[in-house]
Design a protein around this ligand. Structure first.
Ligand SMILES: [Zn+2]
Length: 64
């Protein structure tokens, strides 16, 4: 079994299907953490990424 280096990085899974890997998150940075925005949310996201499992567009915005 191949061990992935995910000790300090967190894989953010798709909030809709829970299976698609949306983005890798490094915890020890000075940047604000990301917040995912669901497609039916009224909140506007700055960035969008497509889940390659369920094909939904997930919005990404910076948490304030
Ligand atoms: Zn998905």
């Amino acid at each position: 079994m191949i061990q992935q280096h995910t000790a300090e990085k967190k894989i953010v899974l798709c909030p809709i299907c829970g299976r698609g890997k949306i983005i890798m998150e490094e915890k020890d940075t000075d940047d604000p953490p990301l917040q995912l925005v669901l497609p039916n949310s009224r909140r506007k996201a700055r960035w969008y990424i497509k889940c390659n499992v369920c094909k939904n567009q997930i919005g990404i915005t910076a948490k304030k």
